[in-house]
Design a protein around this ligand. Structure first.
Ligand code: CUA
Length: 196
């Protein structure tokens, strides 16, 4: 008996001290919780990765960046804002080092607007603040974003993908004008924002 009580491991613990087995059990439980979290996260990564590969983004359109100016949708005369038969607007832009072509477009307020962009050289970025418009513009592909502008305003944003030495000077300008005023603009005026 005397020997037992002299062994510190056998001595009864005073209040407030957690016995060794309880600590071991708690640690094992937490280990299992962390292992389960790891499994769940790995499963999410695998499932989303596989689903993403099975369902690629809905708008993969290819275009030859070397012949943009020769034929097809992005010839110079077709750039800028066009009004579709259903009344919506389609804006076609080319991003190239170091400008957007056209440099500025006017779009009507309160109208569905579809931006279609492509790049003539390297990857650029197109973003309009406080809207859902934010896309990379990749050569060889058409980037399409749909939005609409409730209020009249000016949007000026630099290209947000580093594209070379002139990157910081590459700006997109979108001018949202009242619907009635837009209707009176000529094709040339729609693709420029020169003061009247
Ligand atoms: Cu174009 Cu940065």
């Amino acid at each position: 008996m005397a020997e037992q009580s002299s062994n510190p491991l056998r001595r009864p613990l005073s209040d407030g001290i957690v016995p060794e087995e309880v600590i071991a059990r708690t640690e094992k439980h937490w280990l299992m919780v962390m292992a389960a979290m790891l499994v769940v996260m790995m499963a999410i990564i695998v499932v989303t990765g596989v689903m993403g590969a099975l369902h690629p983004s809905s708008n993969v359109e290819v275009v030859d960046p070397q012949t943009l100016h020769l034929h097809g949708e992005f010839v110079e005369s077709n750039l800028g804002t066009a009004i579709e038969p259903d009344g919506s607007a389609t804006v076609r832009l080319i991003a190239e080092q170091y400008d957007f072509v056209p440099r500025c477009v006017q779009v009507p307020a309160g109208t569905p607007v579809k931006f279609r962009l492509t790049s003539a050289d390297v990857v650029h970025g197109f973003l309009l603040p406080n809207t859902n418009v934010n896309t990379m513009v990749v050569p060889g592909f058409v980037a399409e974003v749909r939005t609409s502008f409730a209020a009249v305003g000016e949007y000026a944003m630099p290209c947000h993908e580093f594209c070379g030495l002139g990157h910081h000077a590459m700006w997109a300008h979108v001018s949202v004008v009242p619907k009635e005023r837009f209707a009176n603009l000529s094709l040339v005026e729609r693709a420029s924002c020169a003061p009247e």
